[in-house]
Design a protein around this ligand. Structure first.
Ligand code: ZN
Length: 546
């Protein structure tokens, strides 16, 4: 006992006499939500060489460390840097340089915007995205007639908001060599009165998309940097990019290496033959900021364009089931190839039929394989009897899809099937974790809208007053985990990010209000004051008093 006591005294003596350790950054007086279950809250943390080295209380850490930079957070809430578990980062950057047609209220408004846009840009080929006939008074697909009158010679290709349908004018159609006799496989080419309407749905879109001139390296670089600025300003420090080509991944890697890009990117390689051959041979690519350990496969289309494959026909289109994009054989073979490697397979699945087929295929391919963390992207409409298949498969969902689609999704699938649609709580219960994202630019980038949609199940109009199918709302704690540690887990990155914890990368954000405590309807107003990646300040709100 005596010996123990003297040891204890010696220990305190050492602590008391120790010179404060010199470090890079000390954050004090904060309300830190660590998202670490063994130490949920703290008021301070220390950062050195880009990593958290201590998490605790302000007094202790102030005595222990002498930092080059000290931030007094003035009781503001601090969270781990947010992760978007499914988005199109490069696509968003490119879209930012194209015509945006979101929130147009009619086809005429789309045409007006196109004319104004072209007057300014004088492009040889006009492309854009964002229209949604469900937002229009006449909720029908447009036809290209007026577009042909306005743009007789300049090709125009504008994609629907979900990217699963497009409208092309005759100049583009002619350039692609498409005629009334062209066969539509894996989707539809719409016709009316024996003529093409210009609308292409799902796979046949490729016939048109393939003639769009590819952006140059300079344009792609600018797009990535634009996307990065937008994401940092909204508190995202990692993005899961849902489908890239090899040359795009390599450009990202090279820009990160020369410090022209600092966003951390979990890049899913599109599961085409070229990428499969290349990456399965090369193996997982992992750097400080890039993680290529997965393939993105497309199961079906979207619910909005009725491309999603349903077990029973659509409720608002008789005999129409939607379709798988590729054959079951292709799916099975691809799954088997990936299962034989260390890579993950992340499959876009919206309809209940697609979800069932993909889940069954995964199960077969992963027989006797452990901890592979394969994902279903969207997991939108699930047959109630199929939820149990998620026992071993991670659901990666986008809560703002629920609040965007709720206006018309019931028309598509009916009263009964909608009940197990956008069923995030059921999915969470099935797997035990859920990864949250946005699918931007399909939805807005702002993760606070994801948070709001997940917990309140309401859109920015506060609609519906009592929330949409709130039995599937997530708690704030679950939502926060879905945007941080569970998303990191879904990427095999939970050892390096997703919580404010000693040894992890110092990715964190300071918010202007406490999303864990404020009135639920105040959540969408939340702004990011500062964003840090690897301990470095990458965004600061203007007029932040410091
Ligand atoms: Zn997507």
């Amino acid at each position: 006992m005596k010996k123990n006591l003297s040891l204890l005294i010696a220990f305190f003596f050492i602590i008391a006499c120790k010179q404060p350790q010199k470090i890079d950054l000390l954050v004090v007086n904060a309300k830190v939500y660590t998202v670490n279950d063994s130490q949920k809250e703290a008021t301070a943390f220390a950062v050195n060489n880009g990593k958290f080295i201590a998490v605790g209380n302000t007094n202790t850490l102030t005595n222990q460390y002498s930092a080059t930079t000290v931030i007094n957070a003035n009781k503001k809430p601090i969270f781990p840097g947010l992760i978007d578990a499914h988005c199109h980062f490069l696509g968003m950057g490119l879209v930012a340089q194209k015509i945006r047609l979101e929130e147009t209220k009619s086809y005429d408004e789309v045409l007006e915007k196109l004319v104004a846009f072209q007057k300014e840009k004088q492009l040889p080929f006009i492309t854009g995205r964002g229209w949604d006939q469900n937002d229009w008074e006449i909720k029908e697909y447009p036809t290209k007639d007026k577009l042909d009158l306005l743009f007789p010679d300049t090709p125009v290709v504008i994609r629907r908001v979900d990217g699963h349908a497009l409208l092309a004018n005759q100049a583009a159609i002619s350039l692609a060599g498409i005629t009334i006799n062209t066969k539509a496989i894996g989707g539809e080419i719409l016709k009316k009165d024996g003529k093409l309407t210009g609308v292409f749905i799902d796979k046949p879109m490729e016939l048109i998309m393939s003639i769009i001139p590819a952006p140059s390296i300079e344009e792609t670089t600018k797009a990535l940097q634009t996307a990065e600025n937008i994401c940092f300003s909204l508190g995202l420090t990692t993005v899961n990019e849902a489908g890239l080509e090899k040359h795009e991944i390599e450009l990202i890697d090279s820009l990160q290496k020369i410090k022209q890009l600092s966003m951390k990117i979990y890049a899913m390689a599109s599961a085409n033959k070229e990428n499969l051959d290349y990456y399965l041979n090369k193996g997982i690519v992992k750097t400080d900021r890039l993680n290529v350990c997965s393939f993105k496969y497309y199961g079906d289309g979207s619910l909005g364009s009725r491309g999603a494959a349903m077990k029973a026909p659509y409720s608002d289109k008789g005999h129409h089931h939607g379709a798988l994009i590729y054959s079951v054989k292709n799916l099975t073979e691809t799954a088997k190839r990936i299962a034989d490697s260390d890579f993950q397979m992340n499959t876009h699945a919206i309809g209940d039929s697609t979800n069932y087929i993909v889940l069954k295929t995964y199960k077969e391919a992963l027989k006797n394989k452990k901890n592979r963390r394969w994902k279903i992207e969207h997991a939108q409409i699930i047959d109630p009897q199929d939820f149990h298949y998620f026992e071993n498969i991670i659901p990666s969902v986008q809560p703002t899809h629920a609040t965007s689609d709720m206006y018309w999704a019931k028309d598509r699938v009916g009263e009964h099937r909608i009940k197990s649609g956008y069923a995030y709580k059921d999915l969470l219960n099935a797997y035990g974790k859920i990864a949250l994202g946005t699918d931007f630019p399909v939805e807005k980038v702002n993760p606070m809208l994801t948070f709001y949609a997940a917990v309140a199940r309401k859109d920015l109009n506060g609609f519906p007053e009592n929330g949409f199918q709130t039995e599937n709302a997530l708690t704030r704690e679950e939502t926060l985990k879905g945007m941080t540690i569970w998303a990191a887990y879904s990427n095999f990155e939970e050892e390096e990010k997703g919580s404010i914890e000693v040894g992890k990368s110092a990715d964190f954000i300071i918010l202007d209000r406490d999303i864990m405590a404020i009135n639920i309807d105040d959540i969408p107003n939340t702004q990011v004051e500062k964003t840090f990646s690897n301990g470095a300040l990458v965004y600061q709100k203007q007029n932040t008093d410091e």
